[in-house]
Design a protein around this ligand. Structure first.
Ligand code: TYM
Length: 326
């Protein structure tokens, strides 16, 4: 089985990215041949400051290494280092109906949010993502719920190409985290946690203990005083229970029991903040170490590019031949 997934470089990795995606990646690298990439080309679909972007890309690689991905067990690379991504995306543009792209939820949301910069890349974003996935003959794509629709479109593109030009691609499957595929905002538990929102709405993976305490204590909760899981009636507490459960390894049922005698939310929140602080401490330490090892990080990327390129080139060659390019 081959696995591929990616993350955009901009914004700090938060516990939503971790619980929905990166935590699975760390487990998956033990079992399957895995490739993980920093999607820098995708980041260009919203306006970026070049100086900040340059920093953010390397930072994201450091974050991936800090959460436990290791170059001995998986391939870590930067999307733009393998030029076949852009090449295959162009080819896929020519076989993807415009209407399929216009109905994508992320496109609709992002074009509302970035009204002054509705560029063509925002629309064709999922086509590039299809290229990312299909280039590597990927079997499994571990992502959070918000990316599922894009993987569905990827499957359509693969099927269409195979039907029209002969089989060149495997049809990939999404895997979602059993729980944690959609961690919600701390300030509005009806919205997903997002790194492009106000920092009050998320907990960064490498955040200082003081900030973690502050943000958890200020997290929006619901009416009543009971710690019970009910996403419809108590979305705030339910989100915090999900986070607690995933970091502690305890079931939500047993957490409800542990906190059944609490007279309000404060005790539960304090306990959650301390759990997050101690769970994230090793990641924070690892990141500090890696920040001093830029040469090593760049070497990881060089090796990653080499390995990824080998597979990407062979797929692209086959595709071009099948399409009649000489
Ligand atoms: P990105 O950078 O937005 O997010 C990285 C991963 O984190 C997941 N995620 C969440 N999971 C649970 N709760 C949340 N609140 C939450 N927020 C984000 C995302 O679902 C994702 O799995 N387009 C992708 C990057 C990409 C990619 C790919 C992924 C580019 N090419 C090919 C897979 C395969 C993105 O913007 O992810």
């Amino acid at each position: 089985m081959r696995v591929l997934s990616g993350i955009q470089p901009t914004g700090e990795m938060h516990i939503g990215n971790y619980l929905g995606a990166a935590k699975q990646w760390v487990e998956i690298q033990e079992k399957h041949e895995s490739l993980f990439m920093v999607a820098d080309l995708h980041a260009l679909t919203v306006s970026q400051n070049p100086k900040n972007l340059r920093k953010a890309i390397l930072n994201k690689v450091i974050e991936l290494l800090s959460v436990g991905l290791t170059p001995e067990k998986c391939t870590i690379f930067i999307q733009s280092h393998v030029k076949e991504h852009a090449e295959l995306a162009w080819i896929f543009n020519t076989i993807t109906p415009l209407a399929d792209l216009q109905r994508m939820t992320q496109y609709k949301e992002k074009s509302k949010k970035h009204k002054k910069n509705i560029n063509a890349g925002l629309l064709t974003y999922p086509v590039l993502m299809a290229a990312d996935i299909l280039l590597y003959q990927t079997d499994i794509v571990p992502v959070g719920k918000d990316q599922q629709q894009h993987v569905e479109l990827t499957r359509d593109i693969a099927r269409r190409f195979n039907l029209n030009f002969g089989t060149a691609f495997k049809i990939p499957k999404t895997i979602l985290a059993k729980s944690g595929a959609k961690i919600m905002s701390l300030q509005d538990p009806k919205k997903k946690m997002s790194k492009s929102d106000n920092p009050k709405t998320y907990i960064g993976l490498f955040e200082e203990p003081k900030m973690i305490r502050k943000k958890i204590m200020a997290a929006v909760t619901d009416r009543g005083k009971q710690i019970i899981y009910n996403p419809q009636k108590k979305p705030g507490i339910s989100n915090l229970l999900t986070i607690y459960s995933l970091f502690s390894g305890k079931t939500i049922k047993s957490l409800e029991k542990d906190f059944q005698h609490e007279k309000g939310y404060a005790g539960f929140k304090k306990s959650l903040a301390e759990l997050l602080i101690s769970s994230l401490e090793p990641l924070r330490r690892k990141r500090k170490e890696l920040l001093k090892r830029e040469v090593y990080v760049r070497e990881v990327l060089k090796q990653g590019k080499k390995k990824a390129e080998l597979i990407a080139k062979s797929t692209t060659q086959d595709v071009k031949e099948k399409m009649g390019l000489i």
